[in-house]
Design a binder for this molecule. Sequence first.
Ligand code: FMN
Length: 366
Amino acid sequence: MSYNTFGHMFRVTTWGESHGPALGATVDGCPPGIELSEAFIQVFLDRRRPGQSKMTTQRQEPDRVRILSGVFEGRTTGTPIQLMIENTDQRSKDYGEIARQFRPGHADITYHQKYGIRDYRGGGRSSARETAARVAAGGVAQAVLKALVPELTITGYMVQMGEKHLDRAKFDAGEILNNPFFLPDAGAVEEWTEYLSALRKAQNSVGAAVEVVATGCPAGLGAPIYAKMDSDLAAAMMTINAVKGVEIGEGMAAAALTGTENADEIVMGPNGPEFLSNHAGGILGGITTGQPIVVRFSVKPTSSILTPRRSINTAGEAVEVVTQGRHDPCVGIRAVPVAEAMMACVILDHLLMDRAQTGGQRGQIG
Ligand SMILES: Cc1cc2nc3c(=O)[nH]c(=O)nc-3n(C[C@H](O)[C@H](O)[C@H](O)COP(=O)(O)O)c2cc1C
């Protein structure tokens, strides 16, 4: 069995392949009466769009989204929202050779072994082109969140690219959308550019780490025990192509901390409880605390590189694979808007679940 739907109440099904005529998402469970337009969703897609700088693939995909259903007179109707993006820059000839070969680091071999048939053009369904559909669905989620929780913000950015690390002392959120790396430090952009350009010239690629933070998320979201906010967020991020590790809050670094260092102490503030630190990443027992939700993940280096790598073909013969075509030298960059979209879908899904179960009733403190 395959699985192309995620979410409990705000359910997103993505469909389509990288080289088919179109791909998209069907969003079911969206509340009615929410203002929604193609232009609103397009802003998010434009951030993910390829060909915008030398730091990403030179494929030119306009990624224009069309809303085919579920919206009437500019508002959602509560019925399924069908989102469609046409594929306009497929170059099947770039992928001709790989019809019989398994590209190392790609899903060619596993799709072949599992299904016995695969759309080899650009990876077909396993291509990260599918993430455009998620970003479109994320745009719908963002529209609903804007209406229901206007104070909520979701911000993604790069914290590492190969040996380059974000200097957190220089963190400037205002710079994230001003450079091709989604980097919150304008001063480091030149260095990161030189580093990635040198790797690209050397026919190589590099991995990355991305952080996504949601601020203004209400306390009390999350459905213990098997739909905890953290387990759903981790699953959502792990479904993004090339993601190999996900952390919440301190994540793996928590292994090096002592209990006294890690405890997020609580005091009573003028407007209710306040935490003195946020090692937990805004989630306790799978339920949001009201603090920023902090998710971080690692992305592996782009597998499609011009340096020959050994592999086999469908006949089991040894081959050398050089992946031609246009590829991202660091896929972590374009993963940033995808991660924001996944976070928006998960948080909205939990908001709707919480509304359904508790009706927003909360235990009182003080
Ligand atoms: C936004 C985005 C763009 C990507 N672009 C490329 C690319 O140009 N070339 C490539 O080899 N991999 C690219 N990838 C990664 C592959 O899609 C992914 O490694 C492959 O499908 C195998 O899946 P896995 O790495 O999750 O196991 C991209 C990933 C993301 C998130």
